[in-house]
Design a binder for this molecule. Sequence first.
Ligand SMILES: [Zn+2]
Length: 497
Amino acid sequence: MRILSGGLQHETNTFAVTPTTLADFERDSHFGPGLGDPERIRERFRGTNTIHGGYLKAAGELGFDLVPVLNLRAYPSGIVTREAFESLVSELLHRIRSALPADGILLDLHGAMVTEDYEDAEAEIVRRVREVVGDAVPVVVTLDLHANISPLLPELADIIIGFDTYPHVDMGDRGYEAVALLAQVVATTLKPCMAYRQLPLLTLPPMQCTLREPMSVFLQTLHALEARPGIVTASVAMGFPFADIDCMGVTVLAVSDGDQELAETAVDELAEQLWALKQQLQPQLVTIEEAMQESRQTDGLVIFADGSDNPGGGAPCDGTVALSALVEAGFAGAVVATLCDPEAVKLAVRAGEGAEVRLSLGAKVDDLHGDTLHVEARVLKLSDGNFVFGGAMACGLEDTMGDTALLEINGVRVVVTSVRKQCIDRNMIRVAGVELDTVSLLVLKSAVHFRADYGPYASLILDADTPGVHRPDFNGFDYQNNRSQKCYPLNLFAELS
Ligand SMILES: [Zn+2]
C-alpha cells in the first residue's frame, strides 16, 4: 500500500498586523532552501510527538510505504498572502502529481489558515488535491483542536481527525490513527460516514484547555462516544477565536462505519453536552499587580499565563505590560519568558556577558501590547537559543529561539529572543540560563500549552488580564462577520437549534 502525505499549517490571527509570507514558511519549517524532500521530512519528524511523527510510526509498524511529499508551517501570525498560498499549494500539488500513483492521501493541516482569498484555506487545499487525485482516492485530514471548520471541508475529505487535547499532547496518536483508518478505507473494511455540526458557540483558549474542568470531563465523554459500537472516531474543534471569519467557533465531527444516521446522532449528542457547558467556558482574568500579591502569599512557583501576547496564536511576543510592572516593583524572583526583540539581543551580544547595556526593549511591532521600555540591563547570559522539546508536546522536535539573551532589569530576569517562540517547554528557559527552582513568579507568553511541561511544577496558575491580539476576552475585538454576532457569548441569547 502506497500512501502520500502532505502538510501545510498556519493558524491565522486576522487581528495581527504582520502578514504571513513565503519567507515565514521557509524559515519556520527548518528545511533551509528547497523546502525539504521526503528524506529530510522523515529525518525531522521521525520519533517526534507530531502528526507526521505519528504518520511515520504507523507506516513503519503497519507496513505501508509512506511518502511524505511536503510538510511546511509558518508560526502563527497575520493573514497569509496570496503569493505564499498559491506558491505553496502549487508546490504541494506538483509533488503529489510527481509521486502518484497512491492508494490514499494524508493531509496534515491546521484548520485555521486564512489567506487573502480564502477564509477556510484548508477546504481550498483539499479541493485542489481532490482535483489532482480524483474522487476515488481516499483523503484523510488531520486538524488542530483550534480549527475553524466550514461545511466545505467535510464534503471534500473522507475522514477528518482533530487533536483531542489542549495542550496538544496527542499529535503523534492522531497521526497514527489517521494512517490506521486510511488503511482500513483503502482495504474497503471501513466505509466512513462523517457528520459535521457547528455550534453557535465561541470559546477562548484558557478554558479550552483539556487539563482543567470543564473540558477535562468533556474529554471523557468524547472518548466514551468513540468506544461506542459503529463509531470510528469523533472530534471537537474548539475553534481559533482570533479570526474574524464566518466559520469561527466550535465544531463537532463524528465518523461511523457505514451508518450516516449513527454519526449524525453522535454529533447531536456532543453538541448538546458541550452547549450545556457554555457558561463554564468563560475565563477569569487576573492583573499582574494581583499576581504579584498572590506570589507573595504562595509557597512555590506562580505562573502568570500572559496569553494576550502569545506568539503561538499570532501575537508579537514583545509586549511589556507585565514586565514593566515587575521592573517598577523590583520583583526579584520574577522571570519573563520569552520576549522577542532581535534589536535588543544584538546590543546585548555586542556588550557581552556580564556587561551593563542601555536598551529600548519590546513593544515595537504594534501599539497594542504596552510601551517600549527604556532600561539599563545587565547581560546575564547569551546563547544560540537552539533547543529540543523535552515535554510531552512536540517531544523530540528540534527548534530555535534564535540568538537569545538573558537580561536582568532591577532584579527581574527576562529571556529576550531573536525569533518569536511560545515558551511551552522547560528546555527553552534552561538553554537561556534560567533554572526553574530559582523562579517564584514566571510570566509565560502562552495561554495553555505551557501547562503540559511547566504545569506540574506550579503551585498556582493565573490567566493574565493584559492587552493584546490574543486577549481571551471577546469584548476586546470588533467582530464583523455575521455568524459570530449570533453566537454565545457575543449573543447571550443564542440557542442551539
Ligand atoms: Zn492549537
